[in-house]
Design a protein around this ligand. Structure first.
Ligand SMILES: Nc1ncnc2c1ncn2[C@@H]1O[C@H](COP(=O)(O)OP(=O)(O)O)[C@@H](O)[C@H]1O
Ligand SMILES: [Mg+2]
Length: 384
């Protein structure tokens, strides 16, 4: 068990800053995910926590003690990589038991024949075997113990890599994109397994991924990293519903949030392509960007509705339970995607122009430098 604190961590590679002052408190037993686009510094940060890389400035503390001077092998953290890093010539069982033997038995105790005559060695070996056996059971590896990594599927190999980390009972698990070598279906399955494993072990997990869906589904909290900085930290729900920055809003959610450019009049009223939005801002600027998630559009019936926007449908994407309508607002080239129920879209044909509006209170407003702007909404607008 461990809480891990990062204080003003900076990392320079020559002149290039990979991390620009990271402050983060990871709570004991928490599943915290570092998520962000490739190259934003996730792996560098994880490797600094693990002690595999040295920070240029800043402090890593584990359970209240600085570990800056403590090397990786003494930090008692387990790292799980995308590449599994299993010994190919050893069986699953040997892969799991070897790190334990190396850690807990002296070189004399490990020797063939002679080792077993060292007093106490047998009991030690027995307890290592019990531990490895329990781990194999937890990870459903019992049927595979005699196989070598080459005879396993990707998902099975990943479970063995986890098992090898688990047997050491580390203070925390550090995982760098552990599922990215697996096919899509297996990735979804392993997400559920990892989340369950975390619930059972109650150990701190720090998980790195560029996949926002992985981050949203498994984590207690998510830290969104962009260009070497954490730009938002929060629960998956907070990050999705209340992004404080346009880059966060665009990074989480699939399909991506729609961004529409809006014009602001002297009174602060926002319109898009000349259409009334019911949104007013206090900030004195002329242009804003409106972020509307696909599920926050509504199809509007009838031609009489004044507070709705003409939407030209170019493609209907059928997902069974839902449809995504692709298209653009009349007069705009920006492609937007709206979600609708199958019974609503049955009568809509491609090429048709329908009426849509955003659900009340849902559009987010961003300024040119990506920051979120507070909005005032007209009462009653778009509430139907
Ligand atoms: N050993 C290195 N030498 C120089 N630059 C590096 C090194 N490792 C990483 N970088 C750079 O640091 C930045 C962050 O890399 P990384 O932490 O691997 O990103 P991520 O894991 O988020 O994809 C990138 O711009 C990368 O090119
Ligand atoms: Mg990486």
């Amino acid at each position: 068990m461990a809480d891990i604190r990062l204080r003003s961590i900076e990392k320079m590679y020559g002149e290039t800053a990979a991390l620009c002052g990271i402050d983060l408190d990871i709570r004991d037993g928490e599943f915290l995910t570092l998520v962000g686009p490739s190259g934003c510094g996730k792996s560098t940060l994880l490797r600094i926590i693990a002690g595999l890389e040295e920070q240029t400035r800043g402090e890593v503390e584990i359970d209240g003690k600085s570990v800056n001077k403590i090397r990786a092998s003494k930090r008692d953290l387990a790292m799980v990589f995308q590449s599994y890093a299993l010994y190919p010539h050893l069986t699953v069982w040997q892969n799991m038991i070897t790190p334990l033997r190396l850690r807990d038995l002296s070189s004399l105790e490990r020797m063939p024949f002679i080792g077993r005559f060292v007093p106490g060695q047998r009991d030690k070996v027995k307890s290592l075997h019990t531990l490895a056996g329990e781990t194999a059971h937890t990870l459903k590896l019992e049927q595979l113990l005699h196989r070598k990594p080459g005879q396993l599927s990707g998902g099975q190999r990943q479970r063995v890599a986890l098992g090898r980390a688990m047997v050491r009972k580390p203070r925390a698990f550090l995982m760098d994109e552990p599922l990215s070598n697996l096919d899509a279906a297996l990735r979804v399955h392993m997400r559920a397994e990892l989340a369950e494993l975390h619930r059972n072990l109650k150990t701190t997990f720090i998980y790195v991924t560029h996949d926002q869906a992985e981050a949203l589904t498994m984590s207690d909290r998510i830290a969104i990293m962009i260009d070497g900085e954490i730009i938002q930290l929060g629960t998956p729900d907070e990050i999705y519903k209340n992004p404080r920055d346009r880059r966060v809003a665009e990074f989480v959610g699939s399909p991506k949030i729609n961004i529409l450019s809006g014009d602001v009049d002297e009174s602060g009223n926002v319109s898009i392509m000349g259409n009334h939005t019911g949104i007013r801002i206090r900030k004195r600027i002329k242009k804003v960007h409106l972020g509307i998630r696909p599920e926050h559009f509504r199809l509007v019936n009838g031609n009489g509705a004044t507070d709705s926007w003409p939407f030209h449908v170019t493609y209907k994407e059928n997902l069974g339970s839902d449809f995504y309508l692709h298209g653009h607002l009349n007069g705009s080239k920006n492609r937007i995607i709206t979600r609708a129920a199958p019974d609503e879209v049955g009568r809509i044909t491609i090429g048709e122009t329908v009426k849509v509006r955003a659900r009340q209170g849902k559009p987010m407003v961003f300024c040119d430098n990506d920051c979120r702007i507070d909005v005032m909404q007209e009462a009653g607008y778009g509430s139907a």
